[in-house]
Ligand binder design. Sequence first.
Ligand code: ZN
Length: 573
Amino acid sequence: MGIDAFLEEVRSRLDIVSVVSSYVPLKRVGKNYQGLCPFHIEKTPSFTVSPDKQMFYCFGCGVGGDVIKFIQLIEGVDFLEAVEMAAQLAGLSLDEIRRESPKDKREKDRLKALHALLASSFSSILRTDAGTVAREYLKSRGITPLWWEVFKIGFLPADMDIAPLCYKRGFTQEELIATGLFYRKGDGLVCRLSNRVIIPICDYAGSVVAFGGRVIGEGEPKYLNSPETPIFQKGKLLFGWHLAKEYIRTKGRVILVEGYMDVISMHIAGFRETVASLGTAFTVEQAKRISRLTRNVFILYDGDNAGLKAAFRASKVFYAVGVEPKVVVLPDGKDPDDFLKDVGPLDLEALMVRAKTPVDMLIEEDVGGALGTREKLRRIFELLEDTKDALVVDSVLSYAATRLGLPFEDVRASFKESRRAVIRKQENRDNGRRVSWERDFLVYLLRDPGLFERYRGKLSPELFKDKEVSFVVDRLLKGDPPERMVNDCGQDISSLVAKALFSEASPDEELSVLEERILKRIELFELERIKRRIKELAASNMCDTEEYKSLVSTYIEKLKATKRVGGGIHESC
Ligand SMILES: [Zn+2]
């Protein structure tokens, strides 16, 4: 089955109203259902679900799409993961369309099964006599059996060989080595996690795909993680995500810490909306995943200088995806675990309330001592270096300008100076500005397939100056159903199309007026085309050809006609 056919099958088996209702209470209003939008804060419902169209749309924040898009947004997962979840709800398996070879798929499934077996074995060992030393350690850190359960914590004593158990369950030595957790010694295998408290690392669906081990007592390294494998890519995962996502959504905020032990301490202290990047640098992919669920981000790294620097690096990644985070600074260089033990959760909450954005921190000289205005600006610019959204950049710069008592235009100009290339790209993008009458015409086209059919032969994307309108017309001409565009186009286009389909309100302009304008535009384009061709022919000395003669006479005819219609060929839009 191809992907499109598969998606159709998934969509046809699911009812969007029942899927959405499992997240959002809905009430029937006319032929649609309404509820409070889960994607923005509101008091009166503007979130609408249409059983006829099998789509949702929010009149407040403009998000919309089909059942898969809804799952994608509400679960904060990417498209493929959403398809997988939707398929599961529909009782279908993604295997039917999976691109990877059956061999790769089998290898991954085996690896996951082996990780599951190891995780359950480690966790049983923790509960036996052999686990006493580990239980003591966990107790000393305040991690009670309830939390062993939640995080599937386990242990492997130094003198225990776990390999034979795996062989008994049908796994081979090669498969054990493929986890990156075992190495050969003589005839047998040694597990790198020996004498460590073991924390399973799960993927977004909650399957164990790697392990972290904290050494008991002295020993190096203190923390040891699985290397990357076909099922584990560090920059892609956030530790604790599958446990935290529900809380992130309901609390409307996320706390980002550095390591898994911090996540565990935070969850125990009641901050269940906490996740961690996995030891490596925080990535755009991780930031995007978070930003799909919430834009209210707190970075809580160690309170020392290194932690603060890392927090600023992570901030830059958040700015890159258009999110302005807040940085919580722990006093006296403490880490989250120390702070919770020595001071307590209430004080942490208070610190969070007072947490500042990196820009405020720079302006208020909280970092790096007394900075001059020029240096402060330079560091603010640095934070925004990778930010592509011009609106985000402007809003941060205008705020900084006000606080520093500088004219916004000057600050903006010097930012542009420091990042000319990037800004140039954005200005190019702005050229396809909104043209409201084109948008109005598009609304009629989208709502009335008959109207579109009448114009099909005459329309082309180049006719429209509004980039988004042009894009939608292009897709319509290629035969894409509008519902599909709502789903897989960017927010601007998705919102434009969804609004046209959902809103009952008529556009500002009447159709007849718009038709007149579009016909004039079509005429003008045809004239331009003929003029270009005439010039081409003239340039290649082909003025005595039949084509040339007939083009010139058509051109003159058309020119006269447009003059007669009035308004001439010069438009005022
Ligand atoms: Zn909304």
